[in-house]
Design a protein around this ligand. Structure first.
Ligand SMILES: [Zn+2]
Length: 189
């Protein structure tokens, strides 16, 4: 149990040990609730075949909503970023990269959903692609790689404005800051 918990992001061996002893001590009730909720979530959650967001349906509720503004596509790292931008009031389309380029973790551009992004863009009427990866080292690097590739294909590219504290992730900032960052996005090409 300890080694299983240790595989979760942000959980070190000490926390994993604490979780495990807590579950053992609590007589199975909490463990059962966890088991059931994890199983239910795994069964009901699908990866959207269009934008790679997580939802209970495929295509997800955003991709299948014809009222969304198709002009702007917001490219994010993680499905949690979609939730954050939704709360900030954005009503365009999304594309979830499923991560970011990271030399440290051995993740290259080919490991992300960049291929499907280009495929979608050739099909949709989006006139602008806004890069909303986190304003930290790896997020900026990922945005730069994408900006170059998108510009090669003659697409208008923008990047969310600074104002989001450097080094922080999208999911950590408030919706008003995200709304401002979107409003003040700057053109890259
Ligand atoms: Zn979708």
């Amino acid at each position: 149990m300890i080694s299983a918990f240790s595989r979760l992001p942000g959980v070190g061996p000490k926390s994993a040990e604490r979780f495990s002893y807590f579950l053992l001590r609590s007589g199975g009730e909490v463990a059962e609730e966890l088991r059931a909720s994890i199983q239910a979530a795994l069964q009901s959650t699908k990866v959207c075949s269009q934008c790679f967001n997580l939802d209970e349906q495929d295509p997800c509720s955003i991709c299948s909503d014809e009222g969304r503004d198709q002009q702007v596509m917001l490219v994010v790292e993680d499905p949690r970023d979609v939730t954050a931008f939704e709360e900030s009031g954005f009503r365009g389309l999304y594309h979830v990269l499923q991560g970011r380029v990271s030399d440290l973790e051995g993740i290259g551009p080919e490991d992300l959903t960049i291929g499907p992004l280009f495929e979608r863009l050739s099909r949709l009427r989006s006139s602008e692609v806004c890069l909303a990866t986190s304003p930290d080292l790896e997020g900026e690097g990922t945005a730069q790689i994408l900006a170059e590739r998108l510009a090669e294909r003659g697409l208008a590219v923008s990047r969310i404005a600074r104002g989001i504290p450097a080094g922080s992730s999208i999911t950590q900032v408030s919706k008003s800051i995200l709304a401002d960052a979107l409003e003040g996005r700057r053109k890259l090409s």
